[in-house]
Design a protein. Structure first.
Ligand code: ATP
Length: 242
């Protein structure tokens, strides 16, 4: 996947100003940055939710800006949005099924059931709560459900927006353990937006730092962990910049 010279604005606010991002098959790439840096805007633009002012988003050479968001699921892109956005009045099972909505290549039913069983292996608590309404789940469980819903369509590229935000440390550990597991077992490429820079750099191979719509720093995650600029701005104290 390649994002080329991407410009996005909300009226007068220029949220992305000529951003370039690349991600190879099977990579985990992190996008780090403070509040308002443009991270969510980047993911929304990739999944077709925003009007692109200038630039391109390519998946294996295919220009994604020509497709509607729901068509991108069929092309192998899943978006796990910030704030979970589960359907509160539907059950856990119904939320998972909706992850495959509109994906024609899947033989309805059977493939979805196989994927759902795998999601239940990743997050056993979701199996216990399968008939429970999503709105009654804890924050951590809702995050697990949002990730599971994103996995049902067997994506090749998973966009994850702040999966650890607002969760207790133990649950954060769980979420990052599962991100590694998903990557290993499903060989999916992951573009991971995070404010928890320490954890994101531990799981990613490469990372981009976004600052007010620009990428001033990028590089191998291992190298960025020791980069003085990254350490002072993003890895100081708790390792989480708020
Ligand atoms: P956060 O971690 O707080 O979600 P972010 O890095 O994801 O931050 P974005 O949400 O992409 O940042 O926002 C980038 C910029 O665009 C910010 O200045 C923000 O105020 C602005 N912005 C985002 N959404 C809108 C909108 N719907 N209308 C106007 N401005 C917006």
């Amino acid at each position: 996947m390649a994002v080329e010279n991407l410009w996005i604005s909300y009226g007068a606010v220029e949220a992305l100003r000529g951003v370039n991002v690349e991600l190879g098959a099977g990579d985990i790439v992190a996008v780090l940055g403070a509040n308002g840096a443009g991270k969510t805007t980047l993911l929304k633009a990739i999944s077709g939710l925003l009007k692109i002012k200038q630039g391109r988003v390519l998946l294996e050479g295919n220009d994604l800006t020509r497709y509607l968001p729901f068509e991108l699921v069929g092309l192998g892109i899943s978006h796990v949005p910030e704030g979970r956005r589960v359907f509160a009045t539907l059950t856990v099972e119904e939320n998972l099924s909706l992850g495959a909505y509109g994906v024609r290549k899947l033989p309805a039913g059977r493939e979805t059931a196989v994927r759902r069983d795998w999601v239940f292996e990743l997050f056993p608590i979701l199996k216990d709560r399968r008939r429970q309404l999503a709105g009654t789940l804890s924050g951590g469980e809702q995050q697990m459900l949002a990730i599971g819903r994103g996995l049902i369509s067997r994506p090749r590229l998973l966009l994850m927006d702040e999966p650890s935000l607002g969760l207790a440390p133990r649950i954060v550990q769980d979420i990052f353990r599962v991100i590694r597991q998903i990557h290993q077992e499903d060989r999916v490429s992951i573009l991971l937006v995070e404010q928890n820079a320490r954890k994101a750099l531990a799981v990613a191979g490469y990372a981009y730092i976004l600052e007010t719509g620009n990428v001033p720093i990028q590089g191998e995650a291992r190298a960025l962990k020791d980069d003085e600029r990254v350490k002072s701005a993003y890895l100081g104290g708790s390792g989480v910049k708020r």
